[in-house]
Design a protein around this ligand. Structure first.
Ligand code: SF4
Ligand code: SF4
Length: 122
């Protein structure tokens, strides 16, 4: 997809999609993230992920002022991913198209509130 067709700007969003409870992490993601931090796969498993079901491994969260909780790799002050180059495949493919529903909602509300910083509760 051509970059110019992208109709959302993550730099203007406080990272809503990183607050999803279940962000799946595959084996290949674990290996890449372990390498990124220079730790073993076992150490990465223990520190960064948890099993939601026996078949689904997800990113651990921590508290967040805006969304209640958010991915542990999210910088809560700067509002961006701290492992962008090593992030899981599911984060790379999101939002799976040239539009993001939350971004549209954000733009709509900011326009109507006449406040470029406004963050509606989702
Ligand atoms: S919710 Fe949409 S605009 Fe916000 S960070 Fe995620 S993809 Fe970007
Ligand atoms: S790894 Fe990065 S892009 Fe993926 S949810 Fe966490 S902070 Fe967001």
């Amino acid at each position: 997809m051509a970059k110019s067709s992208i109709r959302y700007d993550c730099s203007k969003c406080p990272g809503y999609c990183c607050s999803y409870d279940r962000i799946e992490v595959k084996d290949s993601d674990v290996k890449r993230i372990a390498k990124h931090f220079g730790v073993t796969v076992e150490e990465a498993e223990r520190k960064y992920f948890r099993w939601y079901t026996p078949d689904e491994r997800i990113l651990k969260h921590r508290k967040d002022e805006i969304y209640g909780s958010i991915c542990r790799f999210f910088d809560r002050d700067e509002r961006h991913c701290t492992i962008y180059k090593a992030r899981p495949a599911v984060c790379r493919s999101y939002p799976n198209g040239n539009k993001c529903g939350y971004y549209d909602f954000l733009v709509f509300e900011r326009k109507h509130q006449d406040d470029d910083e406004f963050i509606p509760s989702a």
